[in-house]
Each structure stands twice: as C-alpha cells, then as structure tokens.
Ligand binder design. Structure first.
Ligand SMILES: *Cc1c(COP(=O)(O)O)cnc(C)c1O
Length: 419
C-alpha cells in the first residue's frame, strides 16, 4: 500500500504553519534514491545524472541533487539562467533543447554547457557561435515504433525530436570540419516506463550506433546520454523500476558492444527527472467543499493549476486522506479542484475513506512535473513549495503566488487599476 512519507500529525503541523495547498518534498527520500542511482552505475567512472530541471525547477531541490553528484539538464534560456545563478558551469550542464532560438545556444555556449543538438539544421547555429564547442552531443530518432520484446513502448516516428540516421552522419561530418573534437549521442525513446529493460535496450541501440558512427566518420565519441524516461509506479498495482537491475543491464550492453570496440572509455550519462523526484513530492490540499448531485464530489483548495497531469493525460495519482490510511475505503468520490473546466479532477470514482471538510488530502508522486507544469488559468495562484528536511524540520523553498504576482505582467492603463 502506498503511504505518505510524512505522518498525519506532522502533516497537520506543517499545514498549520504554511497554509494549504503546497507541494511538500522529502529530502531523505531524494538523497537515498540518488545514491541508489549512483550505486547502480558505479561501474562506469564517467557516469553523471543531469537532472531534468523542468521536472522540479527549485534551487533547494537542485542543491540537494548537486550535493549527491548531479548536474542539470536545461532546455531553455531561462532554465540556463537558473543554473547560472546557482553556479553551474561547463560539463555540469547538459543543454537538450528543440526548435532552439540562437540566443539559447549562445547562453549555453557562454556557460560551456554540453550542447545536445536536436536537428541537422542546428549545426548552422553552432557555426554562428563565437567559438566552436569542444564537445557536441547529437540526438537520434530511429523513427517507426520502439518496441521491447514485441511490445510497442512508444512511437518515435511520431515524435518531433532528434535526427534520422543519415542526418547524424551529415551533422558529424560538418561538425568535424568545424573542429569539434568530441561527440556524444543521445536518444529518448519511451517516457515513464517502469520496465527494467528500457535503459538496457536503449543503451544497446546507442552503443552500437556509436561504434558504427565512429567507424564511418572517425569522430571521437566520449559519451552516451540515455536521457530520461525511467518511470515511477503512480498506481499501487505497479512495480517500481529496479535501478540496480537497470544499471546491470546497461553494463552488460556496454561490455558486449563497447568494450570489444575499444570504446570502454565512454561515459554513460542520464537526464532523469521523474525517477529522481516524483515519489518524493506530495501535493497537500485541504477538503473545503462537499457536493452531492449525480455523483459525490469533494472539492479541494488545490486544482489542476497545481498539478496538471490528471487533467492533461488522465494520469492516475494516488490519494491518501491524512490519518485515515487504514480506515475502510467505503466511499466513492470524484476529488476535484475549482477550475471552470470539467477535467479539473484529481480522481474520478475513487474509493476512499469518508472525507470530512478540513481533512488533509495527500496527492502522491507529484515531485516531478507537478508544480512546474502549474499555470494561472482562472486566476488561480500557484502554490508554495515546502522542503521536509532530513532532520525533520521544514523550510519554505518557494512562497505561494499572490494577486500581485498575477498582475505583475499587465500593462495597466491607470494607477487606479494597480493593486
Ligand atoms: C523531459 C525530459 C527529460 C526528463 O524526462 P523524465 O521523464 O522526467 O525522466 C530528460 N531529457 C529531455 C530531453 C527531456 O525533454
């Protein structure tokens, strides 16, 4: 059974201090998980996890991960600025973007980030930089379907990312002419998958491709980027990915393909987001309204503006009612927010204990792609973020938005309209 990482009594104290709703993060869980990941890939001396900043762009979270040895994976100018303010530089930063404006490449280059090219036409942007980067990574898209043991995992042929196989050769040839000395290869072929086979399958594809590309072009490859995609069990019936088995599977592919090709020096790197953070975040909300019509509704003080995944993908997020984890689950509710959008539902037909107004509702696995997808529809203000530290104390790591924040970008015509 899925249980919150914090007990009900503590949670009520935290809620009384900060007010609901808020996202709560579990430092202890984040650190332990990051350590397991590094242990799983300890066989590769160059291994580095570049945390996908978009998943949880909060400096306190990035700092914890940095202390655990992680760099950052940025995709935009603003994410790069955030990394720059936090002092990241050089090969601590992966820049994996798409449809990229020149300004973004220029910023990545100023920071000496590893630039990961999404397209053949990106090579022209490299030519426009004030100097040629030492290392360039290339993103591959094999097209078609991506299958593991006959099961279709995803459809790269429908994805806007990456280059075709012939385009990789063209990009490398041109980049060699420009003086690029080191190359990396990247692909992201399936999202949120808990199968232990994903990374090893992807690794084998990329390792073989590196071997072939190096033989065809003479380019010197130094890294393979397995990107993100390792999932988490959002539903209690799902099994978590076994990161030790995943690391061992990648090692097997490495020994099978790269070591015999004289490529045993290659660094294997990752850009995980969800796997690093999702289980270690909860959205904490309060039940504020009850409504009984054709169905029974519980209204929360949080809404899809705080967590978009259910509305956007119909994603399942487990819900606990603080202190009632062991109560009989004998009521069926739709648990909803207050947006004027009927998809603003955290749960539909969910079997839960009877909920009283004032109960704290814990929405699980919101640590990645939760707060960061938030938006301001209906004038809803984004919530606070709170860190539950390893020593049991808490810290406000982002305040909740106020109406002033909502008004800040408006060009209000007269002073009387200002707040
Ligand atoms: C979103 C993204 C990631 C992280 O994906 P997760 O599913 O959170 O692991 C990594 N790399 C790139 C390029 C991405 O777009």
């Amino acid at each position: 059974m899925k249980k919150p990482f914090v007990d009900a009594q503590t949670l009520h104290k935290i809620a009384a201090q900060y007010g609901t709703p808020f996202h709560l993060y579990d430092e202890k869980g984040i650190r332990a998980n990051a350590r397991r990941l590094h242990q799983a890939f300890a066989w590769n001396p160059g291994f580095k996890e570049y945390f996908a900043v978009k998943a949880t762009p909060n400096p306190a979270i990035l700092q914890i991960l940095r202390e655990e040895g992680c760099g950052v994976d940025c995709a935009t100018y603003t994410e790069l600025l955030l990394a720059e303010k936090l002092g990241y530089q050089g090969r601590e930063i992966m820049f994996s973007s798409n449809m990229t404006p020149l300004q973004d490449f220029e910023q990545a280059h100023r920071m000496r980030a590893i630039i990961n090219l999404d397209d053949l036409t990106d090579v022209e942007y490299i030519e426009k930089l004030p100097s040629i980067p030492e290392i360039v990574c290339l993103r591959y898209n094999p097209g078609g379907n991506f299958s593991i043991s006959n099961e279709i995992m995803d459809t790269p042929g429908e994805a806007k990312y990456g280059m075709t196989r012939p385009q990789l050769n063209l990009a490398i040839e041109r980049l060699l002419e420009l003086g690029v000395r080191e190359f990396g290869l990247h692909a992201f072929l399936a999202s949120n998958t808990t199968t232990n086979e994903y990374y090893p399958t992807l690794a084998k594809i990329l390792f073989e491709l590196v071997r072939d590309l190096q033989a065809e072009t003479g380019a010197h490859f130094t890294l393979v980027n397995l990107s993100g995609g390792i999932g988490v069990p959002y539903h209690p019936s799902e099994e978590p990915a076994d990161i030790m088995a995943i690391g061992a599977g990648v090692e097997r592919a490495f020994n099978e393909v790269l070591a015999p090709a004289g490529l045993g020096h290659l660094a294997v790197v990752a850009e995980l987001g969800r796997f690093m953070l999702a289980p270690y975040g909860h959205l904490i909300a309060k039940a504020i309204r009850r409504k009984e019509i054709y169905k029974d509704y519980i209204g929360l003080d949080a809404c899809a503006a705080d967590l978009m995944r259910p509305a956007m993908y119909g994603a399942y997020h487990h819900i606990s009612i603080a202190g009632k984890e062991d109560f009989p689950h004998d009521h069926i509710y739709d648990v909803v927010g207050g947006l004027c959008e009927n998809n603003d539902k955290f749960a539909v037909n969910r079997r839960l204990p009877r909920i009283e107004l004032g109960d704290l509702v814990v929405i699980h696995d919101t640590g990645a792609h939760g707060f960061s997808m938030g938006y301001n529809y209906n004038g809803k203000l984004r919530s606070a973020e709170v860190l539950l530290k390893s020593d049991g104390s808490t810290e406000l790591i982002r305040r909740a938005e106020t109406p002033e924040d909502y008004f800040a970008t408006l060009m209000l015509p007269t002073p009387s309209l200002r707040l």
